[in-house]
Design a protein. Structure first.
Length: 297
């Protein structure tokens, strides 16, 4: 894939709201197959488009790329053929399969803007769209069919279809669910929901932080402040429109002991109902010669 084609692919992914990680080689100490400026995209299923190194380096980039996509943090990845001490500002990975050189790769997650869906046509609902746009959020009307790509749901319909909308949002596992209502009415609505108490406790009502908000715009600002607070918490769950099962789990190559992504696109083989992952076909072939001698070694 040419550099131009890769950049065009990245722009299409960005326009379609599909998350990916852009990886660029910034240092290559010989002997390496990659050179500074080489680029690749790590997609949400673990597949890689472009080139930032050979098979073993690619396995490390896949694992670290998926981790960066999950965290949303940029990473300066250093892949070394020999163990190195930790370095400030870098993720240092020992890759015993590397052909002898060292790579440093800057990895930048490109994530879709957070999606907030609003139920209602009240002044506060309208203000949420205005304030959200200024913050760079996507604010769209309620759509049950699009819940997988939604980060927050705010019910601001003042009594219309509140209960069903809240239950649907809770059942869908939306990270933030808010109800615009007075404390007394909000509590009554929550108590009436046909869900268990643990789910009821997840609803924020009155929605928003207590900042003394009075106008619709101020209330909208307080709600977005609470959404931001929830997304920044250590326990947050980032909502991504994943096309496959989560792939940020890693496995250990039973041959070279390298950490690799346990992703559908990683090299793998099933033996006696157990899946084993590898950094390259060579490790897989070695394993298949006599699997029992490597299992649990």
């Amino acid at each position: 894939m040419t550099t131009r084609a890769l950049h065009e692919r990245a722009e299409r992914l960005r326009a379609d709201g599909i998350p990916f990680v852009h990886a660029r080689v910034v240092l290559a100490e010989r002997p390496t197959s990659a050179k500074p400026g080489d680029e690749a995209l790590v997609l949400e299923d673990g597949s890689i488009e472009g080139f930032v190194g050979g098979q073993c380096a690619e396995a490390t980039v896949r694992a670290q790329g998926l981790a960066a996509m999950a965290s949303g943090d940029t990473v300066l990845l250093r892949i070394s053929p020999s163990p190195e001490p930790a370095q400030s500002g870098k993720v240092v990975v020992h890759n015993p399969c590397l052909s002898g050189g060292t790579l440093e790769i800057f990895m930048e997650p490109v994530l879709p803007a957070p999606m907030v869906r609003v139920i209602g046509h009240s002044p506060i609902a309208n203000a949420l769209a205005t304030v959200g746009a200024a913050l760079g959020y996507q604010v769209e009307p309620w759509s049950l069919a699009e819940m997988r790509s939604t980060d927050a749901v705010v019910v601001a319909s003042h009594g219309f279809d509140e209960e069903k909308s809240l239950v649907d949002a809770l059942d869908a596992g939306i990270p933030y669910v808010g109800l615009v209502a007075s404390p007394k009415r909000g509590r009554a609505v929550i108590d009436s929901l046909d869900v268990d108490d643990a789910l009821k406790a997840l609803v924020h009502t009155p929605a928003g932080l207590d900042i003394g908000a009075r106008t619709p715009e101020e209330v909208a600002l307080s709600i977005f402040a609470q959404i931001i607070e929830e997304r920044s918490a250590p326990h947050r769950i980032r909502s991504l429109p994943l096309l496959t099962e989560p792939t940020s789990v890693t496995a250990i190559d039973p041959i070279c002991k390298m950490s690799v992504a346990a992703a559908p696109t990683s090299i793998h083989v099933d033996v006696d109902g157990i899946r084993y992952y590898f950094c390259c076909p060579g490790c897989k072939d070695t394993f298949l010669v006599d699997p029992t001698s490597h299992i649990g070694a």
